[in-house]
Write a protein that binds this ligand. Structure first.
Ligand SMILES: Cc1cc2nc3c(=O)[nH]c(=O)nc-3n(C[C@H](O)[C@H](O)[C@H](O)COP(=O)(O)OP(=O)(O)OC[C@H]3O[C@@H](n4cnc5c(N)ncnc54)[C@H](O)[C@@H]3O)c2cc1C
Length: 395
């Protein structure tokens, strides 16, 4: 292998791992960066069950690498859901110890900027190397690479909870009492919730999961009070997919809709509500969440707010690239030929930059890692198999 990396991978979630495995199996020299630790985003919800069985979360390349290194003993059972943590401990971490990947990941390196080396976005020559600006605890540096696979996911960018999807006035100032992930409500984080007044905002599967956990907590700790605010003025606010392939996800949606429709002891539901503002309570105790519904304003007291209004891809570090986002769902171009399932975003105009994994689905919620694994294989084939004439055109 030559010393210079032929491609860089950003992110060490399941899809970044797959891209790295496929590079290693082709003996392609690659550089690989992760802002936190392997599986950082999965660990944000490590205590929760996956929506599908563990067997749907692994790839052929991953299983072969673990088997040939005799590192299969930590794998969770294939036919039932795992947890986010066991996905990392049983699959990603052992993969990082296989001969193919050992020592390859640079963890703790945040990619904070990306551009074409020595040309501006306005310049039409898009054939040169990329330059990546890296930040880690020891300092900053830059690296040049001919191609990049961006697998940075969406979980680091929660969408704000205010009207029309912008931040509510006061949301940033009250950040220390607002949570944008599903904490371990029944376990390690229980003291933040038990016996407290909690406002939950949103009606996706994440918000539904939080409401179900809080309902269980309220059965055990009866002073717990939950106010659930969501924008759809419907008794069944959580959208269900017809014939949802992820049975766990559909069960969560159905159970939360049951609560919204029928009510339950300590949970009050307010459909058709938008959060209007958030401010600290008297003497800085708790929060006052103001919500509008049909022109009427109402204030709810809360000790903590759980805001689960979805996630979105980062545009920040790629802003000097030509990466037009789909205007509705924030889908970036994958860099692969258009295909509604595999490559849902707009056509690429920045050759050899690939945005794959959950990032490629933007704000949409129907991504599954099996799609990310296929995308990684297609990128590798496109970059390193014999290139058809005109391959430099992105799609
Ligand atoms: C409760 C729950 C259950 C789920 N169940 C399933 C399921 O059954 N099946 C399924 O397919 N999906 C499931 N998911 C979704 C799953 O989390 C995603 O499919 C998966 O994480 C996508 O992997 P990814 O590699 O694309 O991105 P991520 O896992 O989000 O990884 C992105 C990585 O990039 C790193 N990163 C971000 N920005 C930078 C940067 N600038 N520089 C360096 N590194 C960076 C992050 O730290 C992170 O490690 C579930 C999610 C939840 C919350």
């Amino acid at each position: 292998m030559s010393d210079n990396p032929r491609i860089a991978i950003i992110g060490a979630g399941p899809v970044g791992f797959e891209a790295a495995l496929l590079c290693a199996s082709r003996k392609v020299n690659f550089a690989w960066f992760e802002r936190g630790n392997p599986g950082q985003h999965l660990l944000m919800w490590g205590h929760l069950a996956t929506h599908g069985p563990f067997g749907s979360l692994v790839s052929k390349a991953g299983m072969e690498a673990l088997q040939s290194a005799s590192l299969t003993e930590w794998l969770p059972a294939m036919d039932s859901p795992a947890t986010g943590k066991s996905w990392v401990d049983g699959y990603l971490f052992p993969l990082s110890e296989t001969p193919a990947l050992s020592g390859k990941l640079r963890a703790g390196v945040d990619v904070i900027g990306a551009a074409r080396s020595d040309v501006l976005r306005e310049d039409d020559d898009r054939s040169g190397n990329f330059v990546l600006h890296l930040r880690e605890s020891s300092g900053e540096s830059a690296i040049e690479v001919p191609a990049v696979i961006d697998c940075t996911g969406v979980h680091a960018q929660p969408r704000p909870m205010g009207r029309g999807g912008i931040s509510a006035p006061g949301e940033a100032a009250c950040r220390d009492r607002i949570c944008y992930i599903i904490e371990d409500i029944l376990g390690a984080d229980r003291p933040k919730y038990a016996g407290k007044s909690i406002v939950v905002v949103g009606a996706g599967v994440s918000a539904a999961t939080a409401v179900l956990l809080l309902a269980e907590l309220a059965r055990e700790e009866q002073a717990t009070w939950v106010t659930w605010l969501f924008r759809r003025d419907e008794t069944m606010p959580v959208k269900r997919r017809p014939r949802d392939p992820l049975a766990g996800r559909d069960a969560i949606a159905a159970a939360a809709n049951h609560i919204a429709a029928r009510g339950t002891g300590n949970i009050e539901c307010h459909g058709g509500s938008w959060v209007d503002s958030i401010r600290p309570g008297q003497n800085n105790q708790g929060l006052l969440v103001s919500a509008v519904r049909g022109g009427e304003s109402r204030v709810f007291e809360a000790d903590r707010v759980v805001s689960l209004c979805g996630y979105q891809p980062s545009r920040q570090f790629t802003r000097e690239l030509r990466l037009p986002m789909d205007p509705v769902l924030d889908l970036p171009p994958t860099g692969l030929p258009s295909d509604a399932g595999i490559s849902p975003g707009p056509p690429a105009i920045e050759p050899r930059w690939y945005s794959i994994g959950s990032k490629s689905y933007g704000r949409a919620t129907d991504f599954s890692v099996a799609t990310g694994y296929k995308q990684a294989a297609l990128v590798l084939a496109r970059e390193f198999d014999s290139r058809p004439k005109g391959w430099l055109r992105a799609s």
